[in-house]
Design a protein around this ligand. Structure first.
Ligand code: NAD
Length: 476
């Protein structure tokens, strides 16, 4: 198998091409690196039909057999880890450390989710009567993924869907389809035909998925705007939905932190994956007592970080993944400039090849400025000053989003009291981005609906089914 050529979709365990193709672009060089099949409606229907055919036999297999096969998917990724990392960097832009994190995570998730199962809950058990709730799979589910962590997020959907007994149709972002297509190719001959299908194409393929009467659930990761559309169209046939959407995560930094050490942590909290990270720290609230020192330390550390082509040795941060997002960031920077914000670092995009945005740190812009209220999804970070705890909690919560947050303090108990007041699905204290297949992750407010990971996430790929057995049949 050639990882760097021959990209085909996977339907019914076979490679499938399409009449039309579109180009995958390397964002560091702006060159086309692959022709990607663009599914039309007939191909889409084939994928759904193949999943539908595969479902009954897959559902009938014992949990442990499904678990073993999902664990094997982790082995397949591991055996091809080097190729996956290179391809991921080529299509997404991220540098080596980021690619290792994503591919390593994809392997771990397959193996760990494969250890999960949903037990039958017995609510009542007496001589004559049993009340038990089991979990049954949904049928065919659809997984729609974004372009920032293409393989990891595909695995976050495929692994629990399959373990729970569903068949799945996966649709990667048109900006980053390659790793997911190769993942599909690797599963051929390993998974039963049709249990996992991968189709590539434009946004319309996602829309067809949300309308299809044969798809019982959509698990979506992407923007809040698209999430709203998916929720609207899923209402047509009351599809189940899990939506992992945008965030504008606050980080609150208390005056008792070790400034140098915390600055480094905060840098990566904000800029990992070139800040194209739903849970990046996107607003840094720093206590006024340490604001200047921390800002200086952040800038100093940032100067040691190299932005460039992820394939080049020594690169720490890659480009923005696509031209559309690059333009959005240019617009955001222009707005900051127009409003005379002070840049402590960056702010100027140099002419040249590749969608490169320099690490940009904005000095205490007004709370209602776009750079604070919008999810930048790129390396533009506002530092904000606070003095009063109630005030900073109010500001941190003053957003439609509620994905995650972090609190940094030498006083973990005090930080915990702050965490309790933050409206977000995850609050980290003195660490950040420590995900686990066994820990629930999901957004509050408009950051999402539902949970991924943990048994809560697994349960979202099932229906609850209660069976009440009375052993005494009615008798006259
Ligand atoms: P996007 O919403 O533009 O696209 C995501 C996916 O949805 C793509 O596969 C796209 O083809 C598909 N799509 C587009 N329109 C659709 C429609 N009408 N119906 C069905 N599918 C459709 O998101 P993006 O720009 O790829 O990703 C960036 C966003 O994702 C950011 O807002 C980020 O915060 C969010 N994100 C969230 C999480 C999380 O777990 N909460 C993780 C990563 C990214």
């Amino acid at each position: 198998m050639d990882f760097f050529a021959d990209y085909t979709m996977t339907i019914d365990g076979e490679g499938v091409t399409a009449e039309n193709t579109f180009n995958a672009i390397n964002p560091a060089t702006e060159t086309a690196i692959a022709a990607v099949p663009s599914a039309d409606k007939a191909i889409f229907e084939d994928a759904v039909a193949s999943a539908k055919r595969a479902y009954p036999a897959w559902r009938a297999r014992p949990w442990r057999e499904r678990q073993a096969l999902v664990s094997k998917l982790g082995d397949l990724i591991e055996e091809n880890a080097e190729d996956f990392m290179r391809l991921l960097t080529m299509e997404q832009g991220k540098a080596r450390a980021g690619a290792e994190w994503e591919i390593g995570g994809s392997i771990a998730w397959c193996r760990e989710i494969a250890k999960q199962a949903l037990e039958t809950e017995v609510a009542e058990e007496s001589e004559n009567r049993t009340v038990e709730t089991t979990r049954t799979p949904l049928g065919v589910v659809g997984g729609i993924t974004p372009w920032n962590f293409p393989l990891l997020l595909a695995v976050w959907k495929a692994a629990p869907a399959l373990v729970a007994g569903n068949a799945i149709v996966l649709k990667p972002s048109p900006f980053t389809p390659l790793c997911t297509l190769k993942f599909g190719e690797l599963t051929r001959g390993v998974l039963p035909k049709g249990v996992l299908n991968v189709i590539s194409g434009g946004n319309e393929v996602g829309e067809w998925m949300t309308h299809s009467p044969d798809i019982r659930k959509i698990s979506f990761t992407g923007s809040t705007a698209t999430g709203r559309k998916i929720m609207a169209s899923a209402s047509g046939n009351l599809k189940r939905i899990t939506l992992e959407l945008g965030g504008n995560d606050p980080a609150i930094v208390m005056p008792d932190v070790d400034v140098e050490a915390t600055a480094k942590e905060l840098f990566w909290a904000a800029f990992q994956n070139s800040a194209q990270f739903c849970v990046a720290a996107k607003r840094l609230y720093i206590h006024e007592a340490i604001y200047d020192d921390l800002a200086k330390a952040l800038v100093e550390y940032a100067r040691t970080v190299k932005v460039g082509d992820g394939l080049q040795q020594g690169t720490d941060l890659g480009p923005i993944q696509n031209a559309m997002q690059f333009e959005k960031l240019k617009d955001l920077l222009a707005d900051s400039k127009k409003n005379n914000h002070r840049f402590l670092l960056g702010g100027e995009i140099e002419e040249g090849t590749g969608y490169f945005v320099p690490v940009t740190i904005v000095d205490n812009p007004p709370e209602d400025s776009r750079v604070v209220t919008e999810e930048a999804f790129g390396p533009v970070l506002p530092l904000l000053k606070f003095s009063d705890l109630d005030d900073v909690v109010r500001r941190a919560n003053d957003t439609e989003y509620g994905l995650a947050a972090s609190v940094w303090s030498a006083d973990a108990d005090g930080a915990r009291k702050i965490a309790d007041q933050i409206e977000a699905g995850t609050v980290w204290i003195n660490e950040i981005h420590t995900f686990s297949p066994h820990v629930a992750f999901g957004g509050h407010k408009q950051s999402g609906i539902g949970i991924e990971n943990s048994l809560h996430g697994l349960a979202e790929y099932t229906n609850a089914k209660t069976i009440v057995t009375n052993r005494t049949a009615p008798a006259s």
